[in-house]
Structure formats: C-alpha cells, structure tokens
Design a protein. Sequence first.
Length: 247
Amino acid sequence: MGELTQIIKLDATDSTNLYLKNLLSSTSLKDYTVVVTANQLKGRGQMGTVWESEAGKNLTFSVLKCFETLDADRQFEINMAVSLVLHTVLTDLNIPNVKVKWPNDIMSGSKKICGILIENTLNGSFVKTSVIGVGLNVNQDSFGNLTKASSLYLVSGRTFDLDYVLHRIIEKMKSFLGSMENHSFPSAQKQYEALLFRKDIVSTFKKEDGELFPGIIRGVSSTGQLLIEQDDAALVAYSLKEVSLQF
C-alpha cells in the first residue's frame, strides 16, 4: 500500500488550482496533495474559458505533483499522462467512446465530459511542480444551452459515487505520472495520439484571425503541437492559441 493521500475538502472555492497554488506558496505540501470542492465558483478552462458545474454533482479538484528531474521541454508529457489516466478510469467505468480533444478535453462521443488545466512551475530548465486541475461532469443531468457538454450520468444512465471516482483517478495518476517521470512509459505519445478526437477525419479548423480551413489531425509533436495535414499533404504544427477545432 502506498502512502495515504492528503485530501483537502472545501465546501466552495473560486478555483481549486488557485487555492492549491496559494497553499503551496505558504506551506510545504506532500506530493499528490489533493484539493477538492463541492462547488467551484470560478473554474477556468484553457485560455480563460469558464467551466460550468452544478454544486455537489461533479468532481472539481486539483492535484499537486512534485518532480525531481523533469526537463521543461517534457511538459506536454504531463498532459498526455493525465489524459491517459482519465481515459483509463472512464473506460474502466464503462463510459462509451472516450476520446481526447487536443490538448486537454475528454470527450464521450462528441460531447465534452471533462476539462483539464495543468499549470507548471519551473526551476531553471526543470519542472518543479505541476498543479493538475480536473473538472469532470459526473452526475449533472442538465447543461442548459451548452449543447456540447455532457456527464457520466447522461452518457451511461448511471449515477456514480464521487469519492470512488476521485480515488480511482488519483491512484492512476500516481502510477502513470510515476512511470512517465521514470521514462518507463515510452508508449504514452502513441497511446495519446490514438485517442485523439477526430483523428484521421477531415475536420474544419479556425485560425487566430478567424480564417477557417479544412485539415486532418494526424498526431502531436513531442512538445504538444497539433499536427494537421492540409491540402498539399504537408503536416503543419500548430500550438494551442494558433488553431481551434470546429465541430
């Protein structure tokens, strides 16, 4: 049995990532310290998007991971490992057709069920700590006009025990992130690429300036850029802010 995980439970907070980062700046925390809240008031997604979550129905939590010698140019491996954690746990729970929408959303079919926000602190050319925020829609049964959002309950017809799902995710994180850090997870990139939402299908993408173009997702670079095959069959690498998938 591994060391007991420290879990800090909050009734409500603006952001579990922010709470954990603030705590880390003033306190010495153990690896895999978890902050979980029943009600996240100002959850953030990538690039400032707001995460809609109904109090008490979903999992909104952040996990602290401390690294010994992880090179800064390997940061995207954290994203890949965490995405694979979510895919593994959700597939084990019989959630159908779990995919990863680059870089950090987890889908069931064409519906978003989970968002991930990873914030790293560097020390020189190494990653010192990573705060891994997860917003997983679990038992919420309605999302109003958010037509692309869903939950484990809506896609499976079953309700889930939040603590059980949380502990499954934490245990897989310890395993997958430990393997990644020790270079014993060589297939992570191939596994991540195989799970990419709309991989090998002609899709429409939108550039920063609003221009739309057709392309086919073929994979990711080692630093996490999305590799899109365009008209002339050339692979073009795009970073997060340069392109978004329209679906």
